[in-house]
Design a protein around this ligand. Structure first.
Ligand SMILES: *Cc1c(COP(=O)(O)O)cnc(C)c1O
Length: 406
């Protein structure tokens, strides 16, 4: 059995495409990977999966790489699912959980998607890849490309966090700063695919990053003993994580692995400095209009136009969820306050979800006692610019006046 993949399917119109050749998009829109789920059900069950090593590759029957292909891996997956009682109390929730993706290789959940994309790129014999990035995707691509011995080109806006610039350079990628937004970086990559022979690893422009991100949903289900929570709050940029999890839940339902019919309400959260998805959601539109002058310290959410906008909005609506924007001006303080409540390395993107949770609880759109999962998609320590420090200094360490320290 090479893999359980049957075909690829255009998300925009259902066109079937073969998966044994390199595919990118159809009509400039993303592709779904489809599996023979009846065959998966016969091949494996949750008890067998429970015995496997704690990485995302434990779900290999639900992943696209053929049997004989060795994953390009840094040990990613099975991140902790942590109860967060103190933060819950601040937000008005009694059953709040954090899926802590900050502990993944390269410090963000981008490693899930790029481990998968680079594994598949290697399988198809691709030797040069390129990516436009708001930061973390570039870092993850650079690391996995290094691991696989593939050449990587990274294009990032000039104001991308310095750690992201550094991690790409350190991993040997060719890195370029662009005077513009991630969409401008995307245009550079698109043009270069022809002239430079790059393979475009942009969000949702190849089908396999989504399958890597899907594993967040598979892990969540397994960690909650195959019963899904009531609500998922997800900081949404390009939307792969949210779309991927919703796909995971539908595959699990088809497999019959879920112990209850309940599926979570998916809540897509953005900053009001760049909120194309909430705007389209409120307007009842299926496609989002590009956001002008996108500006947010949550760099992973600085995505003015997402190629999978309709997939995000479809998933949110099918789930009975919401898309909400929160004040940019409150993100850094929410982040600091949450880290001090729980000791978890929350990124500014995750902080938007805390602001959303507080607002939705106050509006009674999330009930106090519901089981809520908030995704911490990256590590605070990657964002050294977001929290300006002005710390007291001890000038003479040999003559400290301890009473003055209080
Ligand atoms: C990329 C990124 C996001 C947005 O992820 P999508 O799944 O593309 O919506 C959120 N948080 C962080 C830290 C990111 O790096």
């Amino acid at each position: 059995m090479p893999s359980f993949v049957t075909h690829l399917e255009a998300a925009i119109d259902g066109t079937r495409l073969p998966h044994d050749v390199i595919q990118t998009m159809h009509k400039d829109r993303p592709l779904w990977v489809r599996y023979d789920l009846d065959a998966v059900r016969r091949a494996v069950d949750p008890q067998q999966i429970a015995m496997r090593p704690p990485t995302l590759w434990r779900y290999r029957e639900l992943l696209p790489q053929p049997d004989d292909v060795k994953p390009v891996t840094l040990g990613e997956g099975m991140t902790p699912l942590l109860p967060a009682p103190r933060l819950g109390e601040e937000l008005g929730l009694v059953d709040l959980w954090i899926k802590d993706e900050s502990q993944l290789p390269t410090g963000s959940f981008k490693s899930r998607g790029l481990a998968m994309a680079i594994t598949m790129a290697g399988h198809y014999g691709i030797s040069r890849v390129a990516i436009p990035t708001a930061g973390n995707a570039g870092g993850a691509l650079a690391a996995y490309a290094a691991r696989a011995g593939i050449e990587a080109f990274v294009f990032m806006p000039r104001d991308t966090p310095v750690i992201n610039q550094m991690e790409c350079v350190a991993a040997g990628a060719k890195v370029y700063l662009v005077n513009g937004l991630i969409t401008d970086c995307g245009a550079i990559v698109r043009k270069g695919t022809e002239q430079m022979g790059w393979f475009d690893c942009s969000t949702l422009k190849e089908p396999y990053r989504l399958e890597g991100k899907k594993t967040m949903g598979l892990e969540l289900a397994e960690q909650f003993e195959w019963q899904l929570p009531d609500v998922i709050l997800y900081p949404t940029g390009g939307g792969t994580g949210l779309i991927g999890m919703w796909k995971a839940f539908s595959e699990l339902r088809a497999l019959g692995w879920l112990k209850s019919e309940k599926t979570p309400r998916m809540i897509a959260v953005q900053s009001d400095g760049c909120a194309p998805i909430p705007l389209a959601f409120d307007a009842g539109d299926r496609f989002a209009r590009p956001w002008e002058n996108a500006c947010t310290c949550a760099s992973g959410l600085r995505v003015p136009a997402a190629v999978g906008d309709f997939m995000i909005l479809d998933a949110v609506r099918e789930s009975g969820g919401l898309a909400v924007a929160v004040p940019e001006s409150e993100i850094v303080e929410a982040m600091r306050s949450a880290i001090s409540a729980e000791g978890i390395s929350f990124c500014p993107e995750a902080a938007t979800c805390m602001l959303a949770a507080r607002k939705l609880v106050a509006q009674r759109r999330i009930a106090r006692d519901q089981r809520v999962v908030l995704f911490n998609t990256g590590a605070a320590i990657k964002y050294v610019e977001t929290m300006p420090l002005d710390l007291p200094t001890i000038d003479n360490p040999h003559a400290v006046d301890y009473t003055a320290l209080d």
